[in-house]
Write a protein that binds this ligand. Structure first.
Ligand SMILES: NC(=O)c1ccc[n+]([C@@H]2O[C@H](COP(=O)([O-])OP(=O)(O)OC[C@H]3O[C@@H](n4cnc5c(N)ncnc54)[C@H](OP(=O)(O)O)[C@@H]3O)[C@@H](O)[C@H]2O)c1
Length: 234
């Protein structure tokens, strides 16, 4: 990667995306972070220092993504770490409308980000999605969330063939200690953290490490990498 072909992190102003941006920025890669909230973006840029730039955009809005990528082009690598969240709960009770919002906020945000960036990505670059362990193992209460994340994982293998030599991968995190959990019911984070064989939550920088491997290794494509303390084995 050169300074002229930056890495763009959609959802790079918090949690896993911010840790990923920090890792690349600290190693001298031109890094651009994107989020919807201006204050969060400014705070992230203060944390990242002078190697990073940023933009406000809502990745749920395709027109705003098209404008964004036309402005940022050319791009070396794309990481999509924007969060969703809606659609959780027992199958019998989950409201279809809630799950639809979940698909809009995560599946379509990831799909649109990848498709909008495509014309501007370096041919030997990469796309890395951030899905979730819920798409990989049978955890009661997460059928809806699992469906959203499995849909993202399903893109990976097909796109890795269809878009080659561009590489396409994903990480599937387990329970990771980020602001994503801030509005969830008390005790849920601790209970879910203990389900994995490693019996603890992961750190955002541990997921960032895995993303950096997928971005940098030029012979890895079509992979969904579990970064979950073994949660997928349960
Ligand atoms: N934390 C976990 O335990 C966990 C587990 C499995 C999977 N994941 C997945 O990991 C990814 C990152 O999650 P996280 O834990 O790092 O969450 P986070 O700390 O809440 O960060 C989410 C980031 O996405 C941005 N974002 C959300 N919607 C966006 C949109 N429509 N357009 C542009 N930016 C958007 C947020 O900024 P703004 O709000 O300013 O837009 C923020 O920068 C998500 O896909 C999440 O589903 C997380």
């Amino acid at each position: 990667m050169t300074a002229s072909t930056p890495i763009v992190v959609i959802g790079g102003t918090s949690g896993i995306g911010l840790a990923t941006a920090e890792l690349f920025s600290r190693s001298g890669t031109a890094t651009i972070v994107v989020g919807r909230n201006r204050e969060k973006l400014d705070q992230a840029l203060r944390q990242l220092g002078p190697g990073a730039r940023g933009d406000v955009a809502d990745a749920a809005d395709r027109a705003s993504l098209d404008t964004l990528f036309a402005k940022l082009a050319p791009i070396g690598h794309l990481v999509i770490a924007a969060s969703g969240g809606a659609g959780a709960g027992p199958f019998a009770a989950v409201a279809p409308e809630d799950l639809r919002r979940g698909f809009e906020a995560k599946f379509w945000v990831h799909f649109n980000s990848a498709q909008a960036a495509l014309p501007h990505l370096a041919k030997d670059g990469s796309i890395t999605f951030v899905s979730a362990a819920s798409g990989r193992f049978a955890n009661p209460g997460t059928a809806g969330l699992g469906a959203i994340n499995a849909a993202i994982d399903r893109l990976v293998a097909t796109l890795a063939r269809e878009l080659a030599p561009l590489r396409v991968n994903a990480v599937a995190p387990g329970v990771i200690d980020t602001p994503w959990w801030a509005d969830k019911p008390a005790g849920l984070f601790d209970r879910e953290s203990r389900k994995a064989p490693l019996a603890r939550a992961g750190r955002a920088d541990e997921v960032a490490d895995a993303i950096a491997f997928l971005v940098r290794n030029r012979f890895v494509t079509g992979v969904v990498l579990d970064v979950d303390g073994g949660l997928h084995l349960t």
